[in-house]
Design a binder for this molecule. Structure first.
Ligand code: CMC
Length: 383
């Protein structure tokens, strides 16, 4: 790359093409816009494929046939147990530490116990095996940490339950209803992958130094945590609580915007006319609210959406409905972002593997804005 490109500065890297990828397309290959995973439209995948099928698609390049799915799913189910040393650590991390911070530590610890720990960072097959283990074990680590920080007894994984149902079971000790399991599974499918979002980008930057896949995932978890990214699903719930009733939505939003506050769960760097994931999840929010017989939050969410759209022209993003969806499942707000991470790990891993398969060190430039060249004075002459 010549020096010419260096002179073009795009704050926040907006619009900058930093990678090639065959994993996701957020413009739609048929020109119709929208999100595709390896050429499959998200609307076609939603409600038709499970999280396990989606993870296989991202890691292995296409949807699995029955036999491939049976083997893949079997490997995930068998890999769910986490090392005792990690269970102990999860119990000893102070209870007030945010679950995303505990998850970041957990993944770092998992790396030490991975059977492929000594494989070269560029070993494609070993990276796929590590990715599969992380998909299985991050879910267990999140659920265990939740229960340990609440002083509750652990609920070990059940091999007869799929990924979504098993996670909800490990958190609550109850096997979820079919509607709940299906909605949770769908939310994982929608969260699995999203091109070069901030956390995926940081994962790719990390491994572009030929660092290992676990380091890439740890970097991604740290990046996802922020409220402008994955942390928005927790913040979106707080917006609903603060507004509190449908009749207050219009004025609450007006006041918040007047104070130049960001309304969490709205807006997107790329989707300016709407996030297709939000449209899909909203329908499931309505169905689940009906099943639990409490549509209060749907009645509050609707006028908030209308107010943000009319006052700021910002449509909701995926984090807006997911906050309600998880609330209906009795999941506590602090694990909303870890759930995003346990889904996105398949996308992160696919990107890390793609980066390492065709690596070039990521090393952009900056425009210098500091003082011009100046002499170094001996310490006694400095003011
Ligand atoms: N509420 C109020 N104003 C907003 C919002 C919002 N949610 N989003 C953008 N704006 C305004 C912003 O204040 C600015 O206004 P002005 O031009 O008057 O100063 C203008 O829109 C452009 O903002 P920007 O930050 O330059 O735009 P961006 O493309 O970088 O924004 C975003 C993308 C996601 C950071 C932003 O929309 C935002 O902060 N949203 C709230 C956080 C959120 O929901 N994040 C989740 C993103 S999607 C899934 C995920 O990654 O988890």
């Amino acid at each position: 790359m010549s020096g010419a490109a260096v002179n073009e500065y795009h704050p926040g890297l907006e619009g900058v093409i930093a990678s090639e990828t065959a994993i996701a397309n957020i413009e739609g290959t048929d020109g119709a816009g929208g999100l595709e995973y390896r050429g499959y439209r998200i609307e076609d995948l939603a409600d038709k494929v499970s999280y396990e099928e989606t993870a296989f698609l991202l890691l292995h390049g296409d949807l699995p046939n029955r036999e491939q799915l049976r083997e893949f799913d079997g490997r995930l189910r068998k890999a769910r147990a986490i090392p005792e040393a990690l269970v102990t650590l999860l119990g000893e991390i102070p209870a007030n530490i945010h679950p995303m911070d505990a998850l970041r530590s957990a993944v770092s610890v998992l790396s030490h116990f991975d059977p492929d720990v000594n494989a070269a960072p560029t070993d494609h097959e070993a990276n796929v095996r590590k990715a599969e283990r992380m998909i299985a074990q991050m879910a267990t680590a999140i659920a265990y940490r939740r229960r340990l920080s609440k002083g509750l007894p652990l609920v070990p994984p059940r091999e007869d339950l799929d990924h979504a149902a098993n996670f909800l079971y490990m958190v609550s000790g109850k096997v979820p209803s079919k509607t709940m399991r299906d909605a949770f599974d769908l939310s994982l499918v929608l969260y699995t992958e999203h091109e070069l979002n901030a956390s995926t980008f940081s994962a790719r930057v990390t491994v572009s130094t030929l660092s290992d896949i676990y380091s890439g995932i740890v970097a991604a978890i740290g990046t996802l945590k922020g409220p402008l990214h994955g942390g928005a699903n927790e913040e979106a719930w707080k917006v609903l609580e603060r507004v509190g009733s449908p009749d207050k939505a219009e004025s609450w939003i007006q006041d918040a915007l007047a104070r130049k506050e960001r309304i969490m769960g709205f807006g997107h760097r790329v989707y300016k006319t709407g996030d297709p994931r939000a449209r899909i999840l909203k329908e499931h929010c309505i169905a689940l609210a009906k099943e639990i017989g409490d549509d209060r939050w749907e009645r509050i969410a609707e006028p908030i959406e209308k107010a943000v759209t009319s006052q700021k022209n910002l449509p909701p993003n995926v984090d807006w409905p997911s906050a309600r969806l998880y609330h209906y499942m009795d999941l506590e707000i602090e694990i909303y972002t870890p759930i995003f991470a346990m889904a996105r790990v398949a996308g992160w891993a696919a990107h890390i593997i793609e980066q390492l398969d065709h690596n070039r060190l990521m090393r952009p430039r900056a425009i210098y804005t500091g003082p011009p060249h100046r002499p170094v004075r001996p310490i006694e002459q400095r003011s």
